[in-house]
Design a protein around this ligand. Structure first.
Ligand SMILES: NC(=O)c1ccc[n+]([C@@H]2O[C@H](COP(=O)([O-])OP(=O)(O)OC[C@H]3O[C@@H](n4cnc5c(N)ncnc54)[C@H](O)[C@@H]3O)[C@@H](O)[C@H]2O)c1
Length: 357
């Protein structure tokens, strides 16, 4: 008899813990499809004198990253990734992208033969050859297929069970159908797109645009300016995706992972919030200071992505084609004043034929 589908969650921050509530609930509800126990790998830390895994397994709450929300009792916290992944064939990767390679190295040789992954990680990697998607890092390091799930998903709002949507980017439709059962609830609606690269790159690049939106908020500018910055950012996202990746579909940008995620991030996310603080500090604080001060252990992803994207577009002589991405980098890391964002954007000619090229 084939082994039952079993879910493991790798990462237990704000989003990882929210996803554990959803996947734990669905594993218990769909007992025909899933083993009821869902293990979650928790990067061990001591909170109020106790181990976080011990707190989660007794109080059923991640008091550091998702306080005030109970996790289902079938969600079991493990301090070792191998222990969390043991016997699981559905591996949900949900951790800051700088920790992915280290985690995968620990999992090699410990996975079920029919295991496959889904990455919820919003970030991207680069090497000499160009853009390397995080789903590709996982696929290559572990030798398993990897789908992605991205969308307009600020974790705290989903933990409140507010209606929202997400997009699964997939190659294998059977995996996508199973993942829909892992994630979908009456308030969290899942669509699919056979475009892993397009779905994933949207999730990474929108964080750079969110920094620009936060700069606008920090300068006290209004809605027209922010809408223009969001639109110009979307143009650069599409341009970057089409330049660096193959077979990205236009329809993907209209899914939750595209324009919807961009909007929510530019109004609500942590990248926007930290960029607003940065702009208001007028050069007195670095993003590292602000991450420490504002995020309580959560990680800022947009600045890392801005740095990596800048390195590749500079290498390829494309800085003029990506004025918003370039300007965000120069403000964040080169001491340029925040107001230069709009001066830079104001220098570019707008397209008169309605196309994005
Ligand atoms: N929070 C959201 O609203 C949201 C929504 C959608 C997607 N995402 C994406 O999900 C991913 C995870 O985000 P999150 O919000 O769950 O995490 P987070 O930023 O809230 O928390 C940081 C996590 O990193 C862990 N950590 C710290 N140091 C570590 C180390 N050295 N090695 C390994 N892990 C370490 C911490 O234990 C914690 O679990 C990110 O890629 C993020 O972009 C987040």
């Amino acid at each position: 008899m084939a082994a039952k589908n079993k879910i493991a969650i790798l990462g237990s921050g704000n989003w990882g813990s929210t996803v554990a509530r959803i996947a734990g609930g669905n594993a218990a509800r769909h007992s025909n499809l899933f083993d009821a126990e869902v293990r979650i790998w928790v990067y061990e830390e001591v909170v109020n004198g106790r181990k976080l895994t011990e707190i989660i397994n007794t109080e059923h709450e991640n008091v550091k990253y998702l306080p005030g929300k109970k996790l289902p009792e079938n969600v079991v916290a493990c301090p070792e990734p191998q222990e969390a992944a043991a016997g699981a064939n559905i591996l949900i990767f949900v951790l800051p992208h700088q920790f992915v390679k280290g985690l995968c190295a620990k999992l090699v040789g410990h996975l079920r033969k029919d295991a496959f992954a889904v990455s919820l990680i919003k970030g991207v990697d680069f090497d000499e050859g160009g853009v390397v998607l995080i789903s590709e890092v996982i696929r290559k390091q572990l030798g398993v297929p990897c789908a992605v799930l991205m969308g307009a998903n600020v974790a705290n709002e989903i933990a409140e069970e507010q209606f929202s949507e997400a997009t699964i980017g997939y190659r294998d439709e059977q995996h996508a159908q199973l993942l829909k059962h892992v994630f979908q609830t009456h308030y969290f609606r899942i669509a699919g797109a056979p475009d892993v690269a397009g779905v994933e790159i949207c999730g990474a690049l929108k964080n750079i645009v969110a920094l620009a939106a936060g700069f606008c908020d920090g300068m006290g500018l209004g809605n027209n300016t922010k809408a223009a910055v969001i639109r110009l950012g979307l143009v650069e996202m599409i341009r970057f995706a089409k330049h660096y990746l193959e077979n990205v579909r236009d329809a993907t940008f209209l899914q939750s992972c595209g324009v919807a995620d961009l909007i929510t991030t530019c109004y609500g996310g942590r990248n926007r919030r930290c960029a607003e603080v940065f702009a208001r500090s007028q050069g007195a604080k670095t993003f590292e200071d602000i991450e420490q001060e504002v995020l309580n252990g959560q990680k800022l992803q947009g600045t890392l992505t801005a740095k990596d994207v800048h390195a590749i577009i500079k290498r390829d002589g494309l800085l003029e084609r990506f004025r918003l991405f370039t300007s965000v980098y120069e403000i964040a890391f080169c001491g340029k004043p925040v107001a230069s964002l709009l001066e830079d954007l104001g220098k570019q000619e707008l397209n008169m034929n309605g196309d994005i090229s």
